[in-house]
Ligand binder design. Structure first.
Ligand code: SF4
Length: 260
């Protein structure tokens, strides 16, 4: 499937009406047969600069950025910088900006790590990682998403059981009181880990060297460890807690079309 096929995904004429859950269900069916480039091209057509890629520089996000670049799709890119990232991740941020020639916006929490320690107490991640993730990731993301109509992620169905049934396109309530929704696009949903790493190596895309040391999914240094062979890709996150998601992919209610 090539980017030229994106032309056959129906496009709205003029200013499009907001997507409904039923529209999204229909698009999801169409997207199952499409390449990530096609889906990205559709988002570029539909939302322009109101669509942005959010990445934590995991492998699938890197491949998606590369596919967008090769297709001439220059989406805004942002990343959540909690203040607790590995030095290797911060260095990768700069290397990716050089490689792609794109500025990658850092979204930071209101409180520095030191201020958080003063206000809520030290080492919050050891006592209440949900609150820590809410403060350092979810709330900053929520603010960022208010600028957008479409959030493009590198989520994949193979990553973990909680992501096994993600759609290629989903609709979420961003602000129930204000009545605003946001489209979430997961163009890499169907890609297995092996295909991701084949693409990265083939195109020599910069990646986090921690992957070569046994880290499969990389977040804050305080909450990430190496994974053993055969373990779930995200098994190295939040050791000692039942937590498997930081909350950025679960804080909004998903809108489903219940009509059959
Ligand atoms: S991953 Fe850990 S340190 Fe980072 S925001 Fe979440 S709880 Fe806090």
């Amino acid at each position: 499937m090539t980017t030229s096929d994106a032309a056959s995904i129906p496009k709205p004429a003029g200013e499009p009406a907001p997507l409904t859950a039923r529209d999204v269900a229909a698009l999801n069916g169409q997207f199952e047969q499409r390449s990530p480039e096609d889906i990205l091209a559709w988002a570029g057509d539909r939302f322009g600069r109101r669509a942005a890629i959010g990445t934590s520089f995991q492998g699938s996000g890197l491949v998606m950025m590369h596919l967008a670049k090769m297709a001439g799709l220059n989406f805004p890119i942002f990343t959540l910088d909690t203040g607790l990232l590995f030095p290797e991740t911060l260095d990768l941020h700069k290397r990716l900006e050089d490689f792609f020639g794109w500025k990658i916006e850092s979204i930071v929490p209101d409180l520095t790590v030191e201020q958080q320690a003063e206000v809520i107490g030290p080492d919050l991640w050891t006592r209440d990682p949900d609150l820590c993730c809410t403060t350092r990731k979810v709330l900053p993301l929520q603010t960022k998403l208010r600028e957008l109509d479409c959030w493009i992620t590198g989520l994949r169905r193979h990553q973990t059981r909680t992501r096994a049934d993600i759609g290629l396109i989903e609709l979420y309530t961003l602000d129930a009181r204000g009545g605003s929704d946001i489209v979430k696009l997961n163009p890499m949903a169907k890609w297995p880990r092996e295909a991701i790493w084949r693409h990265i190596r083939q195109h020599q895309i910069p990646y986090n060297p921690l992957h070569d040391e046994g880290y499969k999914s990389i977040g804050c240094h305080t909450c990430t460890r190496k994974t053993a062979r055969g373990e779930d890709e995200r098994a190295g996150r939040w050791i000692g807690f039942k937590k498997v998601e930081c909350g950025i992919h679960t804080f909004m209610p998903r809108k489903i079309d219940f009509q059959i």
